[in-house]
Design a protein around this ligand. Structure first.
Ligand code: MLT
Ligand code: ZN
Length: 468
């Protein structure tokens, strides 16, 4: 690894502020904190900062500003677009020690937590009080709420509960000037001009650093059940979605391809859920709100079988079976990581999803006939993950170059449908060169202007989302 050194002047001041144990420069720490879950670029930060308090964060920003040093805000580093990577001598500003979760507010049905709080711990704190923080995904055991907010994380129940943005009622942020802003203060109603909170949600750390958030909570679903359905075509998948939407109280509608299932079942030595194999599977979670809900779900499935859309189905009969069925979907990402996949995370409106599936399928057959392609995603909200697996013996660089060439065609198809080239993983470094397929030049110029307002010296997360 290329070992950059922090500038002398700021190194002394940071050591005085944080002590040697919270200002790390050893190569193992630089490697560990300098990257997220992507593997397409080498980490090369010059130091790692572990502040304990918001006051220390403000002091760090002040020092960085005086010395022209760049900062990369860093949470659980579970991102998939390189948004938390430090590749160019930046200092990593880790939030992992700023992680207090305040007691849940029952009357207000909310919780306030510092940015480094782990998502699953917030969910547990809410559950103890009979409430739920509903934004959930496979990495919730290690992702931090500040990172979730900075990337407007989505996940497996967006179809029912929406994205992270829908649950943030207050934010504290430190901007590029070191100023602490308190945005919306947990208010449900507040019509007093522009709502800067929403600029920071999904900003990927380019405007400043999120240090605290207030989150709305809700009631947990009653008696959730999961069905896995074997489906013969993507077109049929969309018909099944429409039937389930119309007749069930859906919590999630996910899909995955047979190759995804094959990889997960082989990795964990588990049985496939159905006797035979099908090209695609839908995982449907629904709320069993009454004694008749299960009967209704079975009727929906039978009707889908009669129409030829579904070939076979299994319905969870216990909580542990529900969890096992979920693993078939949730473990895909981690399982295929060993093939250094080229990840696509595209979306369109739900009604246009069949068209998106058709054009993407055609491109895949044309450009990747020799490669393993794993499909999965949150098809119920129009979001498709297309992962191309790197064959053995091909270098990461060559593989990336080949896939990037195809991405231009893929994103043109997405653009045609006015969809998004990054539905939930963000832009970071990985999708930056393709941003123009989803955003106009004038929008990108406006983004530059907004960054300059909050971060006039450009110290926060330089080169992410767009070039300066
Ligand atoms: C998922 O849906 O599993 C996550 O977005 C991660 C991924 O796309 O690999
Ligand atoms: Zn996803």
């Amino acid at each position: 690894m290329n070992l950059a050194k922090p500038p002398q002047a700021i190194a002394a001041a940071l050591s005085a502020l944080l002590g040697r144990e919270r200002f790390l420069t050893d190569s193992q720490s630089l490697q560990h904190y300098g990257r997220d879950w992507t593997r397409f670029a080498a980490p090369a930060p010059s130091g790692v900062l572990l502040p304990n308090t918001i006051g220390e964060i403000q002091a760090i920003v002040g020092l960085a500003r005086q010395n022209g040093v760049k900062l990369v805000p860093s949470g659980g580093r579970t991102g998939l677009s390189g948004g938390a990577m430090a590749t160019n001598g930046e200092l990593v500003l880790s939030l992992e020690r700023v992680r207090k979760i305040s007691p849940v507010n029952q009357a207000g049905r909310s919780v306030t937590c510092e940015a480094g709080a782990i998502t699953a711990q917030i969910q547990q704190a809410a559950a103890k009080e009979g409430l739920m923080y509903p934004v959930d995904f496979a990495s919730s055991g290690s992702s931090q709420i500040g990172g979730n907010i900075a990337t407007n994380a989505g996940g497996i129940q967006v179809i029912r509960y929406g994205m992270t943005r829908d649950w943030v009622t207050g934010l504290k942020v430190v901007t590029g000037t070191g100023e602490l802003l308190e945005l919306n203060q947990g208010l449900i109603k507040n019509n007093t001009g522009l709502d800067f909170r929403h600029l920071f949600i999904g900003s990927e750390g380019i405007l400043g650093v999120i240090v605290e958030a207030t989150l709305a909570l809700t009631d947990p679903p009653r008696n959730p059940r999961v069905m896995v359905l074997g489906v013969r075509s993507m077109a049929a998948l969309m018909q099944v979605l429409a039937s389930c939407q119309a007749q069930l109280s859906i919590l999630a509608f996910e899909f995955f391809s047979d190759l995804a299932l094959e990889k997960v079942t082989a990795e964990h030595s588990i049985q496939p859920p159905l006797q035979e194999r099908y090209p695609f599977y839908a995982l449907v979670e629904f709320e069993s709100t009454s004694a008749t809900a299960e009967t209704r779900a079975l009727e929906v499935v039978e009707a889908c079988i009669a129409k030829g859309w579904v070939a076979d189905a299994v319905l969870s009969q216990s909580e542990s079976q529900r969890r096992s069925l979920w693993r078939l979907r949730e473990d895909i990402s981690e399982t295929i990581a060993q093939w250094t996949p080229y990840k696509n995370d595209i979306s369109t409106t739900v009604q246009q999803a069949p068209e998106l599936l058709r054009s993407v399928d055609a491109l895949v057959s044309q450009h990747y006939p020799d490669l393993e392609v794993v499909w999965y995603g949150h098809i119920g909200d129009g979001n498709l993950h297309l992962n191309i697996l790197k064959p053995d013996g091909v270098s990461v660089g060559d593989f990336q170059d080949r896939c990037k060439g195809v991405s231009a065609h893929l994103f043109a198809a997405v653009q045609e449908l006015r969809g998004s080239i990054s539905a939930e993983h963000g832009v970071g470094l990985l999708k930056k060169e393709f941003l123009r397929f989803s955003r106009t030049e004038s929008e990108i110029e406006l983004m530059r202007g907004i960054k300059a307002q909050f971060d006039p010296d450009g110290i926060f997360n330089p080169g992410k989302v767009f070039d300066p």
